[in-house]
Each structure stands twice: as structure tokens, then as C-alpha cells.
Design a protein around this ligand. Structure first.
Ligand SMILES: Cc1ncc(COP(=O)(O)O)c(C=O)c1O
Length: 368
């Protein structure tokens, strides 16, 4: 089987005929010459050729039988995925990306259902919430607490209960884990993050395990119009070409920083799936670019730390080539079980010693 790095470099390119370009062209056209007598593109909300190379490449990476469905954002893809479930109760990690919970609640409550939040690392708790649920939305690692789920066990129990399994694979990327092979029915991505990888695009994608789910999501995307622009999709594919190099460097940086921070005298707590004291270390994906840090001195010290860094960019989002950090509880709708002083660090591809020096110096300024 073709390896991920090769798929990333080679997939989605034009046929190798004399004079053909190496990259797919960006087609800017809302409609197509189509008299209805022969197959072919009709209207760009339905399908447009600039999506196809991205959609095929991501499907190959995720081991999916059907092309990915590119969306205007990760949230648009999550909305589509949730819509593919029958109305009812949705089970989700208490530390899901907060907008996913907002959308799930709105959707479930409108239909007379509810969202039940669980500790996704506690498999017994998740499994006992499944009977009668229409969908379980998994994040592993969770955003921002980096809890790890036992995806195969939860997926088996969900299927027995008739519950749709949706996995948000944004943090792990398909290089870290392939949820369809672990039992997921649908995989979603904020391609804004590691896939596109350069903090210059908002984009999402959803992938299905079955043709029926693929068609349901294709219909929803098409009818609601949560479609991506050709330029954004092209940029995401361009960024994705280097995903394997970026992800390798980013996750090596994150693991090494976590290891050093764990021994830092001014640090209260550090979490990263690679650390031996992570409670579900054995469920870790092959790499994670995010780590969390709680400095000594509480919320004030955390705020000072964000201000004191010079390389680390104070910014939300993650998955870019540049390192960034933020205190998650600055957002009013972040879960109250996320500690006030928790900083989420998104590691970039910079030199590890420069990143370390900046953090170490900023800790010295922030912790009084
Ligand atoms: C895990 C996760 N899922 C989904 C999203 C939403 O993605 P987007 O901002 O592309 O809509 C985010 C955004 O931060 C995220 O972190």
C-alpha cells in the first residue's frame, strides 16, 4: 500500500501527459456548459473540479472508500456530520471543541433531544451513555484537555446500540490515526489546522464509511451550500503536500518540550499524550502537536506568560508552522472543568532550542 508521505506528495495531480501542469488548475466558474444530454459538472455548489484533488488525497490518507467532502470550515463539516445522525441524544466529550458542543446542543434540542457530555477517557461512562443515543462525537485527543478515548471499544459498543460514531480527527491527523479503520462511521476535520497547515485558510472536510452516509452528507452540503471556495481548497492541498514533514517535526517539538517542562520548577502541570504519566498513554495517536501547560501562580501568571513570550504567538487556533499559545478559559463558552490557568500550546516547526529558550525566559518573567 502506498505510504502517507508518498500519497501527500503525489496524489491529486493532473494526468502525466506531455505538457500537463504539475499542479491542478484552480477553476473559477460557478456554472458549466451542460445541456443535460451527457454527464458532467453542472453547477459548482454540487461539484467542481478544484475540490476533487483535495478530496481524493484526504480520502487516500484516511483509508476511505469515498472521496472526502470538502466544506467551508471545520464547523460546517461537523454540522453536516451531526445532521447525518437521526434526531435524538448526542453523546460528546465534556471537553470537546466548544463550538462543536454549541452546534450539537442547538441541533439536538431543536429536535427534542439533548447533548450528554461524558469523560471520554472513561470508557465505561461513555458506553453506558450510548443506549438510545443517535450519535457519539469523539475527539481523541480532546481539545484542549488532551484526554484519549478508546475509539475501537466505544465504536463497537455504539454500533451495538445503533449509535452513529463521528470522530473529529483534527488533532491527530490521518498520520496519527485513521478512525475509519477503528470503527468510525464518519470522520471530520478542521482542515484549517494541520492539513492546510499555514494559518491562511478556513476549511473543513467530512468522510464517510458507507456510500449511504456519503450521499446523505453530500446532499446536506449541497443543499445548505456549506461549500468551500476553489482557492481555499487549492491552498489546503498545497499545504498538505508537506504534512508528513511538518507533523513529524511539530510532534517531536511538542514531545520534547513537554518532557522538559514536566521538570521545570516554575511549572505546576504539563500534559501531552507522549508523557509516561498521561493516564491513557497507550491510546495515544502517532504524534500530537499540542501540549498544555499550567504555570505556578495561577491565572494571572498564565496571562503574563502569554504576554511575555516573543516567539510563541498569542493567538487562538493551532496546527500552523508557527508556534502559538493561549489561555483557553478566556473564552466564556469554554468548559468550566478546564482549569483557569491552562495554556494550550500549539507547537510549530521552529528550532526546538529557540522555542524552549523563549518559554523558559517567559516563565521566569511570569511566575513571581
Ligand atoms: C478539534 C476542532 N474541531 C473543529 C474545529 C472547528 O474548525 P474551523 O475553525 O475550521 O471551523 C476546531 C477549531 O479550532 C477544532 O480545534
Amino acid at each position: 500500500m502506498t505510504k502517507p508521505a508518498t500519497i501527500l506528495a503525489q496524489s491529486g495531480r493532473p494526468d502525466r501527459v506531455q505538457g500537463s501542469p504539475v499542479n491542478p488548475p484552480i477553476v473559477l466558474s460557478s456554472t458549466y456548459r451542460n445541456s443535460g444530454t451527457e454527464p458532467g459538472n453542472i453547477y459548482a455548489r454540487w461539484d467542481t473540479e478544484t475540490w476533487n484533488p483535495f478530496e481524493q488525497t484526504l480520502a487516500a490518507l484516511e483509508g476511505a472508500d469515498f472521496p472526502a467532502l470538502v466544506h467551508s470550515s471545520g464547523m460546517a463539516a461537523i454540522t453536516t456530520a451531526l445532521h447525518a445522525a437521526r434526531p435524538g441524544r448526542i453523546v460528546a466529550p465534556r471537553h470537546s471543541y466548544h463550538a462543536s458542543l454549541v452546534v450539537a446542543r442547538e441541533m439536538a434540542e431543536r429536535e427534542g433531544g439533548e447533548v450528554v457530555t461524558v469523560d471520554i477517557a472513561n470508557t465505561d461512562e461513555v458506553v453506558s451513555a450510548l443506549p438510545g443515543a443517535s450519535a457519539v462525537l469523539l475527539e481523541s485527543p480532546t481539545n484542549p484537555m488532551l484526554e484519549l478515548a478508546d475509539i475501537p471499544t466505544i465504536a463497537d459498543a455504539a454500533h451495538e446500540a445503533g449509535t452513529l460514531v463521528i470522530v473529529d480527527n483534527t488533532f491527530a491527523t490521518p498520520l496519527g490515526q485513521q478512525p475509519l479503520s477503528m470503527g468510525a462511521d464518519i470522520v471530520v476535520h478542521s482542515a484549517t489546522k494541520y492539513l492546510a497547515g499555514h494559518s491562511d485558510v478556513i476549511l473543513g472536510a467530512a468522510l464517510a464509511a458507507t456510500e449511504e452516509l456519503h450521499q446523505t452528507m453530500w446532499d446536506y452540503r449541497t443543499h445548505t451550500g456549506s461549500v468551500a471556495g476553489p482557492f481555499e481548497t487549492w491552498l489546503a492541498l498545497r499545504g498538505m503536500r508537506t504534512l508528513s514533514l511538518r507533523f513529524e517535526r511539530i510532534t517531536a517539538n511538542a514531545a520534547e518540550l513537554a518532557r522538559r517542562l514536566a521538570d521545570h520548577p516554575l511549572v505546576e502541570a504539563v500534559a501531552h499524550p507522549s508523557l509516561p504519566d498521561h493516564p491513557n498513554h497507550e491510546r495515544a495517536p502517532r504524534g500530537c502537536g499540542v501540549l498544555t501547560l499550567r504555570p505556578k501562580g495561577g491565572r494571572e501568571a498564565a496571562d503574563r506568560l502569554v504576554e511575555a513570550t516573543s516567539l510563541w504567538l498569542p493567538a487562538t487556533s493551532l496546527g500552523g508552522v508557527e508556534s502559538s499559545l493561549e489561555r483557553r478559559r478566556r473564552f466564556a463558552d469554554e468548559a468550566e472543568t478546564v482549569p483557569e490557568d491552562l495554556l494550550r500550546l500549539s507547537c510549530g516547526i521552529e528550532d526546538i532550542e529557540d522555542l524552549w529558550e523563549d518559554l523558559d525566559r517567559a516563565l521566569g518573567v511570569a511566575v513571581r
